[in-house]
Design a protein. Structure first.
Length: 319
């Protein structure tokens, strides 16, 4: 069941990260095969809501992502998954090259959080980026994606790509939901300051609808919907290109990342859009989001510092 019939084409159309391992038992670590039929079902669900789809590899059926995305009139950002296995990396690159010659993806992402995981050194990653740039058709956008702080630590990587792709997660850094968009904006502006005029794209950001509390960050359906609204408002106000993480919940991630890892989807594993998301797609926004978020956060902190007998009254008037 899905409710994508609610809109023919949404007002807000973010790029979406799509990892198709949504069925029980599917796990990329177990080499689960993804069929074109399965990809079509998932992309048909999100097609009214997005213009860009990002994929995370070139094996076990993921190599068909570009073809299927284009069939639905969507742009494709294909991923070359890099790890410590040289032969596997070469197979990823050769498959991506073959796909690019036929289907011409709009973007090729050479590695995802490769430096964050310490699978490769900076030098090795730069060699792979150069290899892809030399081999792929001219005009293809070549980049890599990694965490905000990792990119800051590796300016040579920033200089080597056509666009900068940064993963920013206020949830994982333990931020209060009221403060989350302020932190994201600070980290985005840090990268802008280092980008030398290059475009900075938010390649991943999101908030889980279920899972463990991380310092001040609480995973809940309400916070997931609120963060989506805050981020959509910020990205549209600042005209920042982005890929939201992620399209669908992925049950397999609970085994490796905890329950929160399996609940980042805008849609659940059954392809049902979660509460609060539809209205954002339909155009709901918070104007002057940074100013509003700053006021809300400082108001909340001020109430927390009041004596207990004043908190109830203050919270009533703050609503």
């Amino acid at each position: 069941m899905t409710n994508n019939s609610a809109v023919s084409k949404s007002v807000y159309r973010p790029g979406l990260n799509l990892s198709p391992y949504v069925l029980e038992g599917q796990d990329p670590n177990l080499q689960s095969q993804i069929t074109k039929t399965h990809l079509r079902e998932l992309i048909r669900t999100i097609q009214p809501y997005t213009d860009w789809v990002r994929f995370f590899g070139m094996s076990n059926g993921l190599e068909n992502g570009c073809e299927v995305a284009h069939d639905f009139g969507l742009k494709a950002a294909v991923g070359i998954w890099l790890d410590r296995d040289h032969d596997r990396n070469e197979n990823q690159i050769s498959t991506a090259l073959n796909i690019s010659k036929i289907y011409k993806p709009e973007m090729v992402i050479v590695g995802s959080e490769t430096l964050f995981r310490k699978d490769l050194t900076e030098h090795q990653l730069l060699q792979y980026i150069d290899q892809v740039r030399e081999s792929f058709p001219s005009g293809t956008i070549i980049t890599t994606a990694d965490s905000h702080h990792i990119l800051i630590e590796h300016p040579k990587v920033l200089d080597s790509v056509d666009v900068i792709m940064a993963n920013i997660y206020p949830y994982f850094s333990g931020e209060d939901i009221e403060k989350a968009i302020l932190i994201l904006n600070i980290q985005y502006e840090q990268l802008i300051g280092l980008a030398k005029g290059n475009q900075v794209i938010i390649s991943e950001t999101g908030w889980p609808s279920f899972g463990e509390k991380r310092n001040h960050a609480i995973a809940s359906p309400e916070n997931a919907a609120l963060y989506f609204l805050q981020f959509a408002s910020w990205a549209q106000e600042k005209k920042v290109t982005h890929f939201y993480f992620e399209a669908f919940d992925e049950p397999w991630k609970a085994r490796y990342e905890g329950l929160q890892g399996s609940h980042f989807g805008l849609w659940d594993k059954n392809k049902v859009l979660k509460p609060g998301m539809q209205e954002v797609f339909e155009g709901k926004r918070v104007e002057n989001i940074l100013e509003i978020s700053s006021i809300a956060y400082h108001q909340k902190k001020a109430i927390e510092n009041l004596p207990w007998f004043l908190k109830t009254v203050a919270q009533k008037f703050a609503k």
